[in-house]
Design a protein around this ligand. Sequence first.
Ligand code: ZN
Length: 297
Amino acid sequence: MKYIIMDLEWNGSGTDQGYFNEIIEIGAVALDDNMTVSGEFQSFVSPKFTRKLRGRIKELTHISNDDLKKAPGFLTAFRQFRAWLGDGDNCMLSWGNSDIQVLYENLKRYDMLDEIYAIRHYCDAQLMCQMAMDIPLTKQVGLSAFAELAGVEIGDDPLHRAITDSRLTAKCVTKVFRPACFEALVRKADREFYERMNFKSYCLQDLGDEMIHPCDLMTVCPECGHYMKRISGYVYRNKKHYATYRCKFCKITYHVAHTFRVTYDGLEHKAVCNRVEPSVEPASDNVKQIPQVVGDA
Ligand SMILES: [Zn+2]
């Protein structure tokens, strides 16, 4: 399988069809089966919708409006990239998933979304490299920071240019590549892959929503496992539905925070119980009970 390490630069700005991250440079490095560089692609892209480069983009990428004036438009640049990519099996890797998202967004804007299926598989190079180096995936390590960690020489070419960043990503990928990490993260880049990628998960604010089953709101006591009785109404705050519940067996009261998150795979329900008062044990015989003070764990 051919590995395509891709990096894009884009100029984000408002257009009459909403905010758009318009590609201004495509850079890519091809690696063969043995992870040896077998080719490179670079093209600037003359923007059509966002025109002037934002100051921050100019500063960050060192791409000037002049560079782009001479450049082909997206249609031509992408066709060249597509021809360079070829028709065989391949796997695209990029540092984080924003490049593939932006490519999707641009192809969609030009009504050529079918072209995205020239990419057969996708693997997030950042996740793979972090996994290979045992860096928790919850941490976000930038490309140059990772290169330093991995002992990959950064070189003198300016970073934040599509071609230099794809070369550096390729060096990081080949340096730390572990087949098991790649296998764990590689995905078939089919329709479902993009649907999942573009799905924006959200929290339900209406407890009457048909996705919520009344049973979801029945909460069991963390101590004894019996259903508790709800003794307050619901308050919605910070994407959570709060209510107070009481277990009649343990005589313990809890604040319960319900979260209902709609994800690509369906509804996720989480209920977190926080004990709010010490248990009052029934006094037995002549032993005086000292109430236990329990914090909001
Ligand atoms: Zn209980």
